[in-house]
Design a protein around this ligand. Sequence first.
Ligand SMILES: [Cu+2]
Length: 277
Amino acid sequence: MVMEHVFGSSLSLQSGLVPRGTRAVVFDSIFEVFLLLGTLVGVVVVGYMLYNAYKYRFGSGNGTVDDERRPSLGELPSGGGGGRKLFTSFFMSMIIVISLISWTYLTLLYVEEGPSAEESLDVEVEGYQFGWRFTYPNGHTTDGVLRVPADTPIRLTLTSADVFHNFGITELRVKSDAIPGQETETWFTADEPGTYTAECYELCGAGHSYMSAEVIVMPPDEYQEWYESTNGSQSVESTNSTQSSGSANSTQSVENTDNSTQPAESTTNIRVSTVSS
Ligand SMILES: [Cu+2]
């Protein structure tokens, strides 16, 4: 049954066996399949072991071999059915393992490929000591707050202004390196509007544990309204900006997250890197 599915899906990637949807859906299906199969294998192996332990228990009379049938030294015991049991169990294990590998590979290939450029929203993410800066296609930049529409694939291009960081939103199953001088791509889709937390998952300095950002998933029409209000201008929504009226929320949250670190220093760094880039 499993083999049928795997062969079917390798013929056509759209067969429906390989899970599609948000990253959470994909990774949860991988988890469930492995949990199910692992439990199944465990039950069979432990069950068969207990069955044999009981059947051949001391004094049961089972398994006693009279001297005629007892293999002599150097002779391999033939077992029942000329090794058919061994062959069957080996063959079954092989099918299960190969199927599992193929299925997982195809599933992860889907995650790896990500959504197409046409259907997704591109956001650039830059990590710095200690915060996250997001740049939208129209040039609008926010600091500490990422606003995205629900039910839309978001493609993130990550990089870092200084040291290695790692951008992760656990609830949305996103985790990707942000490396200076390099660009890393990842994607996610959030189907539920709400507020999620993005955090840094690479120890990057004294402010690492406070290096978080708010991910606000908005209903698509609300998002569109907000996005249009940014005017496509090069306005910077951050602690050191003096303009942009619509950024009160995010400015606040940036201040919150930066309290613990050396805000003056890091703000200077931002300004310098913005100018130089
Ligand atoms: Cu970091």
